[in-house]
Design a protein around this ligand. Structure first.
Ligand SMILES: NC(=O)c1ccc[n+]([C@@H]2O[C@H](COP(=O)([O-])OP(=O)(O)OC[C@H]3O[C@@H](n4cnc5c(N)ncnc54)[C@H](OP(=O)(O)O)[C@@H]3O)[C@@H](O)[C@H]2O)c1
Length: 343
């Protein structure tokens, strides 16, 4: 079988040649274990944390020569466990490989059985278990809850074209808010508006600050932050007193370590937190959202209130390039998944 290993620890932004494809024997499951075949692989920003030589945050760690860490939707093809039959579907963090041996008793985060009936419609393809009816969906659901998004309010969402952003924007619209996205480039902004955002501002444009000011004339009640960095520093002056700021992630710094190079921006950030009485709250979306978020999301998708938006890459061989693009060129819209095997 094929697998993709970590060839070099990325320095800053990951590059396609940090990864290498190799052929290895298909593993053999022992007592209590199952052999799964990967159907879909999820390329999430959190994988970046696992690739550093010295891991600063996150539970997972990938050593050189090991298969890269990541969530999958997989089918059981051999079972030595009473609760799992051949043909069953599971979500499992089994990594960038075609087959994996899994011990269900050892699984914690990111492991669940998938009911195929819940993914039978075109609105909810099986890959949506890694997106809108999965961890990014739970995260978007939690962000809107933590932000207490209400009808008539103005919500700004950074990384609006990403997995979390495309879902959070749809949920905030369902709640009757005016939703403004921030994304990189005119094409991405048009895609964000096509999802249902009221407006989208291009943070790569030279007049980003003027575009942003024009898009939020009544100031901002909730800022759902996926990126941190320059974008966030430019949103802060537009926040109302007591604005809520759910901190989902800070992708603009990933790979820079905990103390990024450059000037210390904490004074500017803390000035706004204090003087505007901001409510800033970080959270782990999967745990905060839990089963309630998955149930809500599945229902909203079934009712046609929200929809799954994905970029699909074909073939495990292309996972490294697609993952590197996430931090560079990035023309991906919605949840990025790799089709590894036929369903
Ligand atoms: N707290 C949690 O439990 C949790 C769960 C899931 C995700 N997260 C975090 O939430 C964020 C979004 O995740 P996701 O799954 O939606 O990611 P995604 O689908 O990979 O999208 C990431 C987006 O980030 C934008 N981006 C990349 N570098 C940037 C930069 N330097 N400045 C501004 N934007 C940049 C890219 O958009 P452009 O092309 O528009 O730049 C891209 O669309 C990440 O920070 C992730 O780590 C947190």
């Amino acid at each position: 079988m094929k697998q993709i290993i970590l060839r070099a620890h990325p320095q800053g932004r990951p590059r396609a040649d940090d990864f290498a494809v190799e052929e290895v024997p298909t593993p053999v499951p022992g007592p209590g274990e199952i052999l799964v075949r990967t159907l879909w692989l999820s390329l999430d920003p959190l994988i970046r944390f696992a690739l550093d030589e010295t891991v600063l945050t996150g539970a997972a760690r990938v050593a050189l020569g090991e298969p890269v860490y990541g969530g999958t939707v997989s089918r059981v093809v051999e079972s030595h466990h009473a609760d799992y039959a051949v043909g069953d579907l599971v979500e499992v963090r089994s990594g960038w490989r075609e087959y994996a041996v899994v011990d269900p008793a050892q699984q914690r985060m990111g492991f669940r059985r998938i009911d195929p009936a819940a993914f039978a419609s075109p609105n909810a393809p099986l890959s949506a278990a890694l997106g809108i009816i999965g961890m990014p969906g739970q995260t978007a659901h939690s962000a809107v809850e933590i932000g207490r998004v209400a009808a008539g309010e103005t919500v700004v969402i950074s990384a609006a074209a990403g997995a979390v952003g495309t879902i959070a924007g749809q949920i905030a619209k369902m709640r009757g808010a005016r939703v403004v996205g921030i994304a990189g480039g005119p094409a991405k902004c048009r895609a964000v508006e096509a999802i249902g955002y009221d407006a989208c501002v291009d943070y790569k444009a030279p007049d980003f600050e003027a575009q942003l000011a024009a898009a939020v004339p009544d100031k901002v009640d909730v800022y759902i932050d996926n990126v941190g960095g320059d974008v966030t520093m430019k949103v802060l002056p537009h926040l109302k007193m007591k604005a809520r700021m759910p901190v989902v992630g800070f992708i603009s710094y990933y790979g820079d370590g905990m103390e990024a190079p450059g000037p210390d921006r904490m004074p500017g950030f803390l000035r706004f937190v204090m003087s505007r009485s901001l409510e800033v709250r970080g959270f782990a979306g999967q745990m905060t959202g839990g089963q309630k978020a998955l149930d809500d999301l599945a229902q909203w998708v079934a009712d046609g209130k929200i929809r799954s938006i994905e970029t699909v890459v074909d073939g495990l061989d292309n996972a490294g390039t697609a993952f590197a693009d996430k931090f560079g060129r990035n023309d991906q819209i919605g949840k990025l998944v790799v089709r590894v095997g036929k369903e």
